[in-house]
Design a protein around this ligand. Structure first.
Ligand SMILES: Nc1nc2c(c(=O)[nH]1)N[C@H]1C(S)=C(S)[C@@H](COP(=O)(O)O)O[C@H]1N2
Ligand SMILES: [Mo]
Length: 407
């Protein structure tokens, strides 16, 4: 226990749980003299002979984490995750016209506009450039649901996931084609039926944008944009164009449909109401609905992230937000990445509310929903919502989401 949590000691924790199964010290010391006597362990009655080596692994039939699909998206079961990497088959998906099946032998990425030489790149071409790997999250700017108590982290904000991405820095490719000094923006276009387009400030390309072709060590999934997608760490998910087929350098933003409608909120005289970066956010993923806890030791666990850099600290309140204590962050804390936090709690069995709030390296503190409404007005919309999430702990140990009014 790294946490100074007062009454909790290893002894009380292990007490009724596993102490009975621990070997007496005497038995260990006896090694060398005579064979130690191991306590008998019951044979697992459900054990059946295994199938032997196979070309592909699979989950234990006792573990069934699933995405929650609707017609346009599916959500990551954050409450089933134990740390920060999302297995690729559980990465959330958001698409506007389904998932295209693309043969990489027939796919090309065209880069043109204000460039020295317009060029086309196949997947094989991209793989010849120096490759880079980084871990970061993707989050949809519309990642917010509320309304009832029976909601899981997946229901509330399952439109975020994290992977280890591999590909080539966009700057490497831009240096290859040569960028005209008048260029300030670049359009990215996907080859799905929706022909998703967004314009992105050129500065992002010189900073940390990538074209990625691998996810968690293998080719990216079709849902994530196979054979290649744009990765813009920290920027709203919508701009991370999947099935990338065209990039056009320009002087001005194109003001595509996605830019003037939902994702960017009203664009007034080309001034966005929101930054491209997603603001810092956190959520307790355990305990959360539908978990049930018992009096005594409970390790509170969750995720925190920021589109502007590293998580600086996460604080947890177990008394409805009256007082806050620092959670422990799992190292390494990465920039623009889901960060796992833990907090040791000794629940006294009384009804309460538990909350988390994150501060990122820019000093930004995650707001409450009330503060967001005060800052943005009553027509808050559904985008860039990152409020503190509260869980109600009932006396019987059940955990329920606390939906708060949107006005
Ligand atoms: N070509 C294309 N790119 C796209 C989309 C799309 O519909 N088509 N959806 C965007 C949106 S709204 C989001 S939130 C992210 C989701 O990425 P994911 O499905 O890999 O999680 O992809 C973005 N890129
Ligand atoms: Mo999105």
């Amino acid at each position: 226990m790294s946490q100074k949590s007062g009454k909790i000691s290893r002894r009380t924790l292990l007490g009724g749980v596993i102490a009975a199964a621990v070997l007496p010290v005497g038995n260990l010391l006896a090694i060398g003299n005579s064979k130690p006597q191991l306590p008998a362990v019951a044979d697992d009655p459900t054990k059946t002979p295994g199938p032997g080596p196979s070309p592909l692994g699979r989950r234990s039939p006792f573990e069934n984490p699933v995405r929650k699909p609707s017609d346009i998206s599916s959500r990551t079961p954050l409450q089933d995750m134990h740390s920060t990497i999302t297995p690729a088959d559980l990465h959330f998906e958001r698409h506007h016209a389904g998932v295209p099946t693309i043969d990489p032998a027939k796919h090309e990425l065209l880069i043109h506009g204000l460039v020295g030489t317009a060029m086309k790149f196949t997947l094989a071409d991209l793989k010849k450039f120096p490759s880079v790997t980084r871990i970061c999250f993707i989050e949809c700017a519309g990642n917010f649901r509320t309304g009832k108590e029976e909601m899981t982290p997946q229901d509330i904000l399952g439109l975020t996931s994290q992977s280890e991405w591999t590909g080539v820095m966009l700057s490497t490719i831009f240096n290859e084609v040569g960028i005209d000094p008048t260029a300030k923006w670049f359009l990215a276009e996907g080859s799905d039926a929706a022909v998703m387009t967004r314009t992105i400030p050129l500065a992002k390309a010189w900073d940390d944008a990538m074209i990625v072709y691998a996810q968690n060590g293998e080719a990216i999934r079709p849902e994530q944009g196979y054979p290649m997608r744009l990765l813009l760490p920290g920027f709203e998910g919508n701009m991370n164009i999947k099935w990338l087929r065209r990039i056009e350098l320009s002087e001005e933003p194109y003001m595509t449909r996605e830019e003037t409608s939902k994702y960017t909120y009203p664009v007034k005289d080309k001034i966005r109401m929101f930054s491209f970066e997603l603001d810092a956010r956190s959520i307790i993923t355990y305990p959360s609905y539908p978990a049930k806890i018992a009096k005594g030791y409970v390790q509170i666990r969750g995720l925190a992230w920021s589109g502007r850099g590293k998580v600086n600290q996460v604080e947890v309140s177990t008394d409805k937000g009256q007082s806050w204590q620092k959670a422990v962050l799992q190292e390494p804390v990465l920039s623009k990445a889901h960060t796992y936090f833990r907090f040791d709690w000794d629940w006294n069995g009384e009804a309460t509310e538990i909350l988390s709030r994150v501060t990122d390296e820019t000093g930004y503190l995650q707001p409450t929903l009330k503060q967001l409404i005060e800052a943005r007005g009553p027509n808050i919309g559904g985008y860039h919502m990152n409020p503190v999430t509260t869980w109600q702990i009932k006396q019987d140990g059940s955990v329920l989401f606390k939906p708060e009014p949107l006005k």
